[in-house]
Design a protein around this ligand. Sequence first.
Ligand code: 13P
Length: 292
Amino acid sequence: MALVGLNEILMDAAKKGYAVGAFGGSDMISAMSAIQAAEAKKTPLILLEEFSLVFRDDRSLELHFAALNAMAERASIPVATILDHGTCYEDCLKAIRWGCTSVMFDGSSLPMEENIRITKEVVRAAHAAGVSVEGEIGHVGGDEGGATLGGLAADASAYSSPKEAEYFAKETGVDALAVAIGTVHGTFKGTPKLDIERLKAIRSAVGDLPLVLHGGSGLPEAEFKKAVTNGINKINIFTSTEKSGAACTKELFAKEDQYVVTFDQIARDAVRAMQRDIETHIEIFETPSIGV
Ligand code: 13P
């Protein structure tokens, strides 16, 4: 099955009103877990690729992206590979050169006009290369990786406005738009609740443009379902999957008095745990299986 653009996966999702999960690509183990989970569920997959997690220098990143894109290309389900949270025009161009079928430019912490200006440049270059672009307005705060022990609450003053969503979409020509409606990256403080009325207003303001929810880890099942019913088409999950891989590593070390723990054991158990976590999310999202 060939690699596909985000566009190909999300246009159908937006037209028919369902959501597709975007999962781990911080390393080959999380990428393999995501591919195996989507293959088991026979659903399309959006594979998140990152610049700032395990690998940081260009040579390592280029190899990392090449490996992930090659894995995606050989999957039995359609996979869109996306640079997640590109922070500048140059990073987006690198990801395109390294084979991503889609890029996200995250200008959400910039003033609106500056966000629009750079997003527009990314869209122009990416579309010329046949690559889809996700933009973001409003700001989903927090840290990927669940770094904050106490968790974070969403900042309602940074939620996306329907008017701005419409303006941003029209000005930039993005293929998908990430909106802030009550999630945070990482671990939540308390019980998160989405602003569904805001989501409905954004959905009606942007027509059938695919909408994206970042910071999905830890959201209650009922909130996911409301998000999908009211217009979300792509849901990003990172912390939950990574934590499930780490939890089984902890269990292995707890039994270290019985045997020597080796990295291959850690990796094998982590793949199983992360695959399970991703499959559970795909079930909650009710992403339709291909050909059903
Ligand atoms: P979580 O880490 O909260 O799952 O968010 C992931 C994300 O939005 C990646 O872009």
